[in-house]
Design a protein around this ligand. Structure first.
Ligand SMILES: Cc1cc2nc3c(=O)[nH]c(=O)nc-3n(C[C@H](O)[C@H](O)[C@H](O)COP(=O)(O)OP(=O)(O)OC[C@H]3O[C@@H](n4cnc5c(N)ncnc54)[C@H](O)[C@@H]3O)c2cc1C
Length: 401
């Protein structure tokens, strides 16, 4: 019988899966069901070049329409999957239509986390996850207007950077003692607080927001004028379909090394998953393009019986002003953070996170060479000499010694 794959969710992971299935010689049928009205698109530019008006709409798409046509993919966009009927091997669409599958792939991604704040549902309060979110936000973007960003994570800060460049008056309110606390170490957080202040953004840490009222945001340190408010409170994986179908779900949909869920006919890829990572010896729920692409490739290989691509070290990036931050590895459990360069001056340095001399992770600020070399060193479990890492006279390619 001809194999039929149904993919739920038309995001970056799904697009990669289809490309890899083509490459791996898959000959069955593929149906892509996505609730947004768009072809799979890249989200990173939403808070960067697309928001800034420096990237056109069509350049957001991962692949053009012609690619799916050539691949023979049946596109069902603007269509929501409401249920999985595992017994019958079918998904049920919101309108009741049933789509049979022999293999199902959940690529449902994540959604913006809402906050239980009084006034959070007022007009003028925005989120940043989809093209529709950006279009609504862009319409409100105008020089001189005041913007309050609730949450100093990377999306909130990227938006703050674009807004500051567009001459909005920007305040960032972060509840934690430092910005981007979930993603980077304290040295890097302090740098980003300085960077934003230098660019005219009012960064407040350790403040909790109490309510959003017309024209201002009330919080523990007083009230901040706000013509518009962006809630940047992180993301929540879309796991409900999987959970309701009885699949194993933890921090995301639990998948094995081949991206298979607890039902062998169902795979899951991208932001919606949690997967054991051999290098870090624990389950990881990652929200990154790199992870979406890697899992798309892995699932395609598993479905077509090709060798599974080797596991890679996770990485992530963020662009704010003229600064590119590249993060590779995971710093949790480090016992030493070694700084190369000066984070208190200028806009270029790197922090190496070590455990008993073994490199776990690097945050590289405008330091592409350190980032590139570290990817390899982390994968090799390299043990490094902190003195050499710190010493800028040692060339990056010689850091291993
Ligand atoms: C503003 C922003 C900036 C980012 N910047 C970066 C960055 O700089 N670097 C980086 O590495 N990552 C970045 N990310 C994260 C990155 O974009 C995500 O990790 C990536 O998009 C995950 O791809 P995905 O395919 O798993 O999920 P998604 O891209 O979220 O796609 C999932 C799709 O499935 C749809 N869907 C969900 N449920 C259903 C259903 N029941 N039926 C039909 N469709 C459904 C969703 O609506 C969505 O369209 C950013 C994200 C955002 C929002």
């Amino acid at each position: 019988m001809l194999e039929s794959i149904v993919i739920v969710g038309a995001g970056q992971a799904a697009a990669q899966l289809i490309a890899s299935l083509v490459q791996d010689g898959f000959t069955g049928s593929v149906t892509l069901v996505g609730d947004e009205p768009h072809l799979p698109y890249q989200r990173p530019p939403l808070s960067k070049k697309f928001l800034a008006g420096e990237l056109s709409f069509d350049r957001l798409y991962v692949r053009p329409a012609a690619f799916y046509e050539k691949a023979g993919t049946r596109l069902m966009l603007g269509t929501t999957v409401a249920q999985i009927d595992r017994q019958d091997h079918a998904v049920v669409l919101a309108d009741g239509t049933r789509l049979p599958y022999s293999t199902l792939v959940l690529a449902t991604g994540s959604r913006a986390r809402t906050v239980p704040l009084p006034g959070a549902d007022r007009p003028g309060v925005y989120f940043l996850r989809t093209i529709a979110d950006v279009e609504a936000l862009k319409a409100a973007f105008a020089p001189g207007r005041s913007l309050v960003v609730v949450g100093g994570g990377y999306i909130g800060l990227e938006l703050a950077a674009v807004a500051a460049k567009h001459e909005l008056r920007v305040t960032v309110l972060e509840q934690a003692p430092r910005v981007m606390g979930r993603g980077v170490g304290p040295v890097v957080s302090r740098f980003y607080e300085r960077l934003h202040r230098e660019e005219g953004v009012d960064i407040r840490t350790g403040v909790s927001v109490r309510a959003i009222e017309p024209g201002h945001v009330v919080c523990s340190d007083g009230s901040h004028p706000a013509d518009l408010v962006l809630i940047g409170a992180g993301a929540l994986p879309n796991v409900e379909l999987a959970r309701e179908a009885g699949l194993t779900v933890g921090e995301g949909i639990t998948v094995d090394a081949q991206c298979r869920t607890s039902d062998p006919a169902i795979y899951a890829i991208g932001d919606c998953t949690v997967q054991h990572h051999a290098l870090f010896e624990r389950g990881l729920h990652l929200e990154s393009v790199h992870n979406a692409l890697e899992q798309g490739r892995i699932a395609a290989a598993a479905i077509t019986g090709k060798p599974i691509p080797a596991e890679q070290v996770p990485w992530f990036w963020s662009d704010q002003y003229d600064v590119k931050l590249q993060m590779v590895g995971l710093s949790a459990g480090h016992d030493e953070a070694v700084v190369r360069g000066n984070p208190d001056q200028g806009r270029s340095f790197a922090v190496f996170y070590l455990r008993q001399g073994m490199l776990l992770a690097v945050d590289a600020v405008n330091r592409a060479p350190e980032f590139m070399v570290s990817k390899q060193l982390i994968a090799e479990h390299a043990r490094l000499d902190p003195a050499r890492l710190r010493d800028e006279r040692v060339a990056v390619k010689d850091l291993k010694g």
